[in-house]
Design a protein around this ligand. Structure first.
Ligand SMILES: Nc1ncnc2c1ncn2[C@@H]1O[C@H](COP(=O)(O)OP(=O)(O)OP(=O)(O)O)[C@@H](O)[C@H]1O
Length: 603
């Protein structure tokens, strides 16, 4: 069944382009500032803000978008700074060479540290970042070769085409070129196949893995990228300050970077500049003002920062940039994919062919046998219903088929291949796609982007291609497919809406469109009618009928008996983890055993 595409979306109203102009205005201001007769003090302050923007941008990606909290960003700034200082002072190497050595060293350290710590979740990850941040700090402070706590003095300034970069206006041009390029690269990254995968990480790995996203690889990837941005900042810092010692790379600074990200707006790229700017300027003013007020010198600004963190978390939890951003109209993505070619599709099973063959599967949780030797089959072009009272073991069966849970016994074959024991990502790769009992989506991505996440495995372009914008042809193919599947479930008019704004019925259709984007041969729907109104259920039944007509094999777990009896070709009934009976809807309806199971009477 092919759907026709909507006419091109209307052009966004003029005022909605404010967001597109906003960053350009920011760039224009940054270009104009050094041309103004500003005192050098202010240029130097702006240079610090540019240097701080880079590690904070890394935290926007890692913490704000990816949901991974790190206190260790300053340590990576230190690796970049110490590498260039050590090599340029002791071996006379060019800073332009040591930059790459620093990046390589940082990337390697981050890949090793990330590979170990990013498997942790909850509080363990931030605690682990504190541990290795402290370890790196004490390493820098105790190594003889790095000058212990005195550090390395006499680092030379940068030169560019024989020109002294110095610490003022030319340095300003260099630092802000790097910072702005990094901002635009991260924006491009987030608006891509890899970006959608990264944006799905914060919601937990189950949905992302079911869409074929290798979540650990993406977590390590953004951790390394954040560390590389920090390393670049360290390189600039060393040649700006002309000296390095451990104190700017300790845990205190790691916390300060995190504060900059939270204050600026941890999920917004431009929030990195806002956060770095406000904290740096505030810190300078407070360092002068507070000792005068209190009468003794000391780091009193830290007390103010502590109070500010509490206030920001309470009143502006999404930061300063979010406060502005929410007041600007949201620009609509220009529709440029309608003439893109089709994505390659997998060979589908012939009508009536056995797609899923479940043989005596079993799952035990301690002493409880949640699924007890359940067997059934689904064929191409057939809707099989899996029903039973609460706690019967339906969701567990579903999770065994999709690889979320491991089998305690039995076998699952998909198109003849044993898939029991494979990860949910590997099962998704083979053509099994699913929806969730409790809808899992990325609320601050558009409907179209959420659905395009389902086509993750059908694209190849990675993060570097996204940052260089060489992924656009593939991106158009993915977005075209996403729109096609949205049309297929009747949601084409909603593609530009934020997924978080949808009603429950639409969210469930979004999940079906996302699952279809993977080009599956078997679709598993976990209670798709839960929370839907009558009309929405009818729309859902129409969609399922048309999918069946297109040859799709569907396994449906559902409590809504009207829908089940209306749509299913074959029904498997479970009770207390066991197979109660199976048959056509009419046979199931007439079964006294089934009625007794639902009414809770003996049979
Ligand atoms: N991770 C788990 N650990 C321990 N017990 C579990 C786990 N998951 C499910 N169970 C138990 O297994 C049994 C079957 O649960 P399951 O969620 O599969 O039933 P269900 O038929 O899907 O129920 P519902 O219709 O309420 O969703 C229940 O007794 C449940 O408490």
């Amino acid at each position: 069944m092919e759907a026709t595409l909507n006419p091109p979306a209307a052009k966004p109203p003029a005022k909605s382009r404010l967001r597109t102009w906003g960053p350009l205005a920011l760039v224009a201001v940054l270009v104009a500032l050094p041309l103004l007769p500003l005192p050098n003090f202010w240029i130097i302050q702006l240079n610090y803000i540019g240097i701080y923007t880079l590690p904070v941008l890394g935290l926007v990606l890692l913490t704000g978008v990816g949901g991974l909290t790190s206190f260790g960003q300053a340590a990576f700034v230190g690796i970049g700074a110490y590498t260039t200082a050590y090599l340029s002072v002791n071996f006379g190497l060019s800073p332009w060479l040591t930059l790459f050595v620093g990046l390589a060293l940082t990337g390697l350290s981050a890949a090793i540290i990330g590979g170990i710590t990013l498997r942790m979740s909850g509080h363990y990850l931030p605690l682990a970042t504190i541990a290795w941040a402290l370890a790196l700090y004490y390493l820098m402070g105790n190594l003889e070769a790095l000058g212990k706590y005195d550090g390395i003095l006499g680092v030379k300034g940068l030169t560019l085409f024989g020109l002294e970069v110095g610490q003022q206006r030319v340095f300003y041009a260099v630092v802000w070129t790097f910072s702005l390029l990094a901002c635009f690269a991260v924006i491009r990254l987030l608006d891509s196949r890899s970006g959608r995968a990264i944006r799905s990480l914060a919601g937990g790995s189950q949905m992302a893995e079911a869409m074929g996203v290798n979540t650990l690889r993406f977590k390590v990837g953004i951790f390394v990228l954040a560390a590389l941005l920090a390393s670049l900042s360290g390189w600039l810092f060393a040649h700006f300050q002309r000296t390095v010692n451990p104190s700017p790379f300790g845990l205190k600074m790691g916390i300060e970077y995190l504060f900059m990200a939270v204050l600026g707006g941890a999920a917004h790229v431009w929030g990195a500049i806002a956060g770095a700017g406000v904290v740096k300027l505030l810190e300078d003013q407070l360092q002068v003002l507070l000792p005068k007020l209190i009468g003794t010198s000391g780091s009193y600004e830290l007390i103010v920062f502590g109070i500010l963190i509490v206030l920001v978390l309470k009143y502006l939890p999404d930061g300063l940039w979010d406060f502005i951003d929410r007041r600007l109209p949201r620009p609509q993505r220009p529709v440029d994919w309608r003439d893109a070619p089709d994505l390659p599709a997998r060979a589908k099973p012939a009508a009536g062919e056995v797609v899923l063959d479940v043989q005596a599967i079993r799952k035990t949780f301690g002493g409880l046998v949640a699924v007890n030797d359940i067997s059934f089959q689904t064929r191409a072009g057939q809707v099989v219903g899996l029903i039973g009272p609460n706690g019967a073991g339906k969701s567990t069966t579903f999770n065994l088929v999709t690889g979320v849970l491991g089998l305690s016994g039995g076998a699952v074959r998909f198109r003849g291949e044993a898939i029991g024991g494979l990860s949910s990502r590997a099962i998704a790769e083979r053509g099994v796609s699913r929806t969730f009992q409790h809808v899992k989506m990325v609320p601050d991505m558009t409907v179209l982007e959420n659905v395009a996440l389902g086509a993750h495995l059908r694209g190849r372009k990675g993060a570097i291609a996204a940052m260089l914008h060489t992924d656009r042809a593939e991106e158009r193919e993915l977005l075209r497919e996403a729109e096609r599947q949205l049309q297929r479930v009747g949601m084409g008019d909603w593609m530009h809406e934020l997924a978080g704004n949808l009603a429950m019925g639409q969210q469930r259709l979004l999940e079906i469109a996302r699952a279809l984007c993977a080009d599956p041969a078997l679709l598993l729907l976990d209670e798709p009618a839960a929370g839907l109104r009558h009309k929405e259920k009818q729309a859902l039944a129409d969609v399922l009928r048309s999918l069946r007509a297109s040859g799709m094999s569907i396994l449906l777990v559902e409590h809504d008996m009207d829908l089940v009896m209306d749509i299913c070709d074959h029904i498997v009934v479970m009770e207390f983890g066991t197979h109660l009976m199976e048959g056509t809807p009419a046979e199931v309806q007439q079964s006294p055993k089934v009625r007794a199971a639902y009414l809770g009477t003996e049979h």
